[in-house]
Ligand binder design. Structure first.
Ligand code: PLP
Length: 389
């Protein structure tokens, strides 16, 4: 018999009742060190005091009003994002996949308004993940995501990852945009080298193609820069954000340059919840904290320690895993054993990690994790490796 909850998830036998910082607690009181962060969502850890304070005070004032009216919290969050990024304008959503929907619509509308009614194709990459809405799965294009859900939204072309020739060969008069994650999350913490991001930006400029970056997982401080593309010193035309920006509250955004956004005029897009006072007051607090250069310095410092510890661990355990990947606190262990065995052994050592594609185990701690907790994480990982040896 089907369960009351639609059985689409493979769940671990864990049930948490409380969280504080980088720790989650089960009803029996057992503590787990959280290197999952709700898959890069709890950027400031669990129950961050500033977020608790803002959610309480805003909840007492005003949760939701329609976008029929002015929303000062939304304006303020847009302003801080514009001030701290390439973007001139922001639209707020509730999730990554909704951000994907708008990014695709915005790119298509841009060309439509310029008189190019056949310029609609979006080039995407194998191993990517852009969400589970119709545009999201069409962009993701993996068999697992799309099988049985056809006919898919047309106008997407998925090509090999990290292959310059494939990019060159894929474009035509129909190409509207290239869409990619600077670091593939679900795909296995696959970092697009900075040189390649630069190259793709130049290629887009030369061929008059919009560049859309999906920073839903790698954005908002995760890599030690506010946005991951900053490492390559490039700017996209359109960027998708979600996950970390809400710190656990469902909030997403599409950031864009004025020109790229020019087709999105009054009445062309909207959202009931997106950008409401409660969500935006939380997002504003998250951005306030994470956009502080000292906060990002601290992320980089901790990331360096963590990485050094993982490299040591790698030297001792070359039969278990073969590579440490990623940037900042978006790290992956490329496994030689089954990645799910590592994740499960983590559970028995009270450590939460996340499996990803390419047989990788993801380590996505809260950005607020302490040096001491990183040491504890390394100790737990050491136990995991010993167990699997
Ligand atoms: C999680 C994720 C999405 C989808 O976000 P949802 O909030 O689950 O819709 C899209 N792109 C990337 C890179 C993601 O990691």
């Amino acid at each position: 018999m089907i369960t009351p909850v639609l059985p689409t998830y493979a769940r671990a036998d864990l049930e948490f009742v409380k969280g504080k910082g980088a720790w989650l607690t089960e009803a029996d009181g057992s503590h787990f060190l959280d290197l999952a962060s709700g898959i890069a969502v709890n950027s400031l850890g669990h129950a961050h005091p500033d977020l608790v304070k803002i959610i309480k005070s805003q909840a007492e004032k005003l949760w939701h009003v329609s976008n029929l009216y002015e929303i000062p919290q939304q304006r303020a969050l847009a302003e801080i994002l514009v001030e701290n990024s390439f973007a001139d304008t922001v639209f707020f959503t509730n999730s990554g996949t909704e951000s994907c929907e708008l990014a695709v619509k915005m790119a298509r509308k841009y060309w439509f308004e310029k008189g190019y009614h056949d310029k609609f194709e979006i080039i995407t990459f194998e191993g990517s993940f852009h969400g589970r809405s119709s545009a999201g799965i069409a962009a993701t294009a993996s068999e697992k995501m799309t099988k049985g859900f056809g006919p898919l939204l047309p106008g997407f072309l998925s090509i090999n990852w990290n292959n310059h020739e494939a990019i060159k060969n894929s474009i035509s008069d129909r190409t509207a945009a290239i869409l990619l994650e600077p670091i593939q999350g679900e795909g296995g913490i696959r970092v697009v080298p900075e040189q390649c991001l630069k190259g793709i930006r130049e290629f887009c400029d030369e061929n008059k193609i919009l560049l859309i970056l999906d920073e839903v997982q790698c954005g908002v401080g995760r890599t030690g820069k506010l946005f991951a593309h900053e490492w390559a010193e490039i700017e996209p035309d359109i960027m998708m954000v979600a996950k970390g920006i809400g710190g656990g509250f469902p909030l997403g955004a599409v950031l864009a340059k004025e020109n790229a956004a020019s087709g999105m005029t009054t009445g062309t897009h909207g959202s009931t919840y997106g950008g409401n006072p409660l969500g935006c007051s939380i997002g504003l607090k998250v951005m306030d904290i994470i956009s502080n250069p000292n906060f990002l310095l601290d992320v980089n410092h901790k990331a360096k320690n963590f990485r050094a510890g993982l490299s040591e661990l790698l030297n001792k355990n070359t039969s278990i895993f073969e590579e440490v990947r990623g940037k900042g606190l978006m790290l992956g262990l490329k496994c030689k054993v089954q990645n799910i065995d590592v994740v499960n052994a983590g559970y028995s050592n009270k450590l939460l990690t996340v499996p990803a594609g390419d047989n990788v185990v993801r380590l996505l701690p809260p950005l607020t994790i302490s040096d001491k907790e990183i040491k504890q994480a390394l100790e737990k990982l050491d136990c995991v490796m010993t167990e699997l040896s």
